[in-house]
Ligand binder design. Structure first.
Ligand code: C2E
Ligand code: CA
Ligand code: CA
Ligand code: CA
Length: 278
């Protein structure tokens, strides 16, 4: 307490004060990052399970901070959402992903790019306008852009979200439901919402070979998705055994460290070359 003097007060400084200080330093650094090109993209390929060829890539944002080193998006995306910095970050990611996609199309690799959206990007109501402006600017055809949204995002302001999604769908942009199974799964929106892809969350995929409950769940999800005409992607595939099981369950595509970690664009080109050479 204060009466016991300065040193004691510091000793008993609650932990959350340290956390608050670290957090505001991170926010300041993130603001700097957006303006000073510390953000860049990695791409993680998706593999078609039957052909084992790359049929798409997911853009994942990276932050190399001069003060904090490499900061995970799991840390800075929530901070960006809290502070409104997500608007600029989201636009940066979208534009860079479209520029890079345009580049691999020009090199003869005919595959789309998937971009993660955050709830905050849908809350302004400006998303369709922003996305369509970027497509025009980069001259990328809408069918090459897929937007990944999570179940929990769909649970928010339904009308406002549905109208933005339908505007973009009508223009030919595709949607994927990300982390499927982890939100408050509501089968209603699977019919309401015109997604093309369903991404099965890694927490289910990882337990496929050790838990019959998870095996049955994934099997059921794949059957359900197929019935609804959705393409299935399994996330977080780390071993061959799980890849084999997914293949038997007729899952369409897979993503994971076994196949490839997220890599920079030049390394993606090496992977694409290997695949076409063999
Ligand atoms: P996510 O969209 O579910 O992305 C998949 C995450 O799993 C990525 O982490 C990826 O590196 C990781 N991953 C892929 N394969 C494996 C695997 O086999 N094993 C394991 N253990 N992990 C694997 P990352 O890049 O750290 O991103 C974390 C989350 O941050 C993403 O989860 C996404 O929610 C968010 N995020 C990343 N980039 C963006 C972005 O540009 N915008 C927004 N709004 N969110 C982003
Ligand atoms: Ca994702
Ligand atoms: Ca995911
Ligand atoms: Ca996730």
């Amino acid at each position: 307490s204060k009466v016991s003097g300065r040193n004691t007060a510091i000793l008993y400084q609650p932990e959350w004060q340290d956390e608050q200080r670290k957090k505001s330093e991170l926010i300041q650094a993130l603001r700097f990052a957006v303006q000073n090109n510390e953000l860049f993209l990695h791409y993680q390929p998706k593999y078609h399970l039957a052909k084992l060829s790359i049929n798409g890539v997911e853009a994942l944002v990276r932050w190399q901070s001069k003060d904090f080193g490499l900061v995970s998006p799991a840390t800075f995306i929530p901070l960006a959402e809290e502070t409104g910095l997500i608007d600029d970050i989201g636009l940066f990611v979208l534009k860079q992903a479209c520029i890079d996609c345009k580049d691999w199309l020009a090199k003869g690799y005919d595959m789309p790019v998937s971009v993660n959206l955050s709830a905050a990007q849908l809350s302004s109501g400006m998303l369709p306008e922003h996305v369509l402006a970027i497509l025009t600017e980069t001259q990328l055809a809408p069918r090459y852009l897929e937007l990944e949204i999570t179940e929990s995002m769909l649970m928010q302001d339904q009308k406002a979200i549905d109208s933005q999604i339908s505007t973009l769908s009508k223009q030919g942009i595709n949607f994927a439901i990300d982390d499927f199974g982890t939100g408050y799964s509501n089968l209603h929106y699977l019919s309401r919402f015109q997604a093309a892809t369903l991404k099965i969350d890694q927490s289910f995929v990882k337990k496929l070979s050790t838990s019959s409950q998870h095996y049955n769940l994934v099997k059921g999800i794949i059957v359900l998705a197929k019935t609804l005409g959705l393409t299935t992607v399994a996330e977080g595939v780390e071993d061959q055994n799980i890849l084999n099981i997914l293949s038997r369950l007729d899952c369409d595509s897979a993503q994971g460290f076994l196949l490839s970690k997220p890599v920079q664009l030049s390394a993606l080109y090496s992977l694409l070359q290997e695949k076409t050479a063999s």
